[in-house]
Ligand binder design. Structure first.
Ligand SMILES: [Zn+2]
Length: 78
């Protein structure tokens, strides 16, 4: 089952597209990421959100590879 394969991610609709969204807690934030919304880095240890397209034309594998890390705030206001 696809949804379970995504490790408990929830789905959200943003600008007409469906996304898988997962919260990254502080202890799992082990790398620095560049938030594509504000182009400011998310520091190690800061809780944030990772999102990828649920309806990607190229399939789940590509969508997961191209997932993006957002500040929790940036994702909410997106
Ligand atoms: Zn941001």
């Amino acid at each position: 089952m696809t949804r379970l394969a995504h490790g408990g991610a929830r789905t959200e609709t943003r600008s007409g597209a469906e996304w898988f969204v997962r919260d990254i807690p502080a202890h799992r934030a082990e790398k620095q990421y560049l938030c594509p919304a504000c182009v400011i880095e998310i520091p190690v240890g800061q809780p944030h959100v990772v999102a990828w397209r649920a309806d990607d034309f190229f399939g789940d594998e590509v969508a997961v590879r191209e997932r993006r890390h957002y500040h929790a705030h940036c994702w909410r206001v997106r």
